[in-house]
Design a protein around this ligand. Structure first.
Ligand SMILES: [Mn+2]
Length: 383
């Protein structure tokens, strides 16, 4: 059986104030859907974080509706989906019993879990054990097991509950967890504040393949058959160098698994530009529509930098100047502005911005001349 493992779509995600729904639509329609056909995919897995938030914008819901319909009703490929920590489990699993008859298997609400989903290939049954993201307290109540207090125990118990009856089958687990050993980025929301949110991936030992969601960088955990597919797109600048795509998994008749990562090419990339502001503005770039962060190495302030950057890169998201010299004392000066001349105000500003290098004589002379010139034009309305 040939399976495509994807995760962390985060439909309706906002990136520095812009919705990424159009970018998500592009990659899903232009890359993901054609891949299903071209590669002869027989089952699609989405390992949680379908949406970016529990109440997603209407456009995001419409997009998922359209994609899920294409996968199941048009391409006739079973589509297995779990809710992640960003999803509302109960909203996501609306109509799930009905949809399962159409090949769309959604596991969200614990109350609606039905045990493994059994698909078949020429060699027999393949069990898909769907483990939606759940808080330990919710699993404790659901299974009436007072010993469940952490993510590890909750996952083990939920996994046992959902695996019932498939002991002797080839089995694929779908789970949204932070497996210890995994590497995180800036766009995942922690699963627990205080206490540990990490789980030991030994719980997946019994499965031929484990399709994980939550960490946004594609990676394997321990062995190659336990993997994170990573997110659909880059959702933070910390992911700028990551590849984004899906994992193509071949599950052989004897249970052997081979897998390979397939990259998606987004319409607009997420990049960090480095160098001086001047270089960034002057250098040739044929992808100026990308989402960029300019990390400039200028030590002097760049006036109106963001507005100028956006003239070249309309989707510029941020401008950082980590080497810019700013006095430790800037901001906590206490002096009477009214009793201060313009020259004094300026040298105080210069001292705050460039503390280790006071204004030189030449600079001071230059300033005096400027002030003089401005004063002389005062009648003209400049000052
Ligand atoms: Mn996520």
């Amino acid at each position: 059986m040939r399976i495509l493992h994807t995760a962390d779509w985060h439909l309706g995600k906002m990136f520095y104030g812009d919705y990424l729904t159009d970018e998500q639509e592009y990659v899903l329609k232009e890359q993901f859907l054609p891949l299903l056909k071209d590669e002869g995919i027989e089952a699609v897995v989405l390992s949680g974080d379908v949406y970016d938030r529990s109440l997603p914008p209407a456009a995001a819901v419409e997009l998922f509706d359209e994609i899920a319909t294409k996968v199941t009703a048009e391409l006739h490929i079973p589509f297995l989906v779990i809710s992640g920590n960003h999803d509302s489990a109960s909203r996501l699993s609306f109509g799930s019993a009905l949809l399962a008859r159409q090949g769309l298997y959604i596991a969200g609400d614990l109350d609606k879990l039905t045990g493994p989903v059994i698909l078949r290939d020429d060699a027999g049954p393949v069990a898909f054990v769907l483990l939606p993201y759940a808080e330990p307290a919710d699993v404790r109540h659901f299974l009436s097991d007072e010993t469940i207090h952490d993510h590890q125990k909750a996952l083990e118990a939920l996994c046992a509950f959902q695996s019932r009856g498939c002991d002797d089958m080839r089995a694929v687990c779908v789970s949204h967890v932070f497996a210890s050993g995994g590497v995180s980025s800036d766009s995942e929301r922690p699963l627990s504040i205080g206490g540990t949110d990490m789980i030991d991936s030994a719980v997946f030992d019994r499965f031929q393949y484990t399709a994980l969601g939550h960490l946004h960088g594609p990676q394997q955990v321990g062995r190659p058959e336990v993997r994170y597919a990573g997110s659909l797109l880059k959702y933070s600048f910390s992911e700028a160098t990551q590849k984004k795509g899906a994992v193509l998994v071949d599950l052989a008749d004897n249970g052997q698994v081979s897998s390979r990562f397939i990259s998606f090419t987004p319409r607009h990339d997420v990049r960090i530009l480095k160098g001086s502001f001047h270089d960034i503005m002057e250098r040739e770039d044929d992808r100026t529509g990308d989402y960029v962060l300019a990390r400039i190495d200028d030590t002097e302030p760049v006036l109106d930098g963001m507005a100028r950057l956006r003239k070249k890169y309309p989707n510029a998201m941020a401008l950082e100047a980590p080497r810019r010299r700013i006095s430790d004392h800037a901001g906590d000066r206490d002096f009477n502005i009214r009793g201060t001349t313009e020259e004094e105000l300026f040298s105080s500003f210069a001292g705050a911005m460039r503390p280790e290098q006071p204004l030189s004589e030449k600079e001071t002379d230059c300033l005096h001349q400027l002030w003089d010139a401005l004063r002389k034009e005062e009648g003209g309305g400049i000052l």
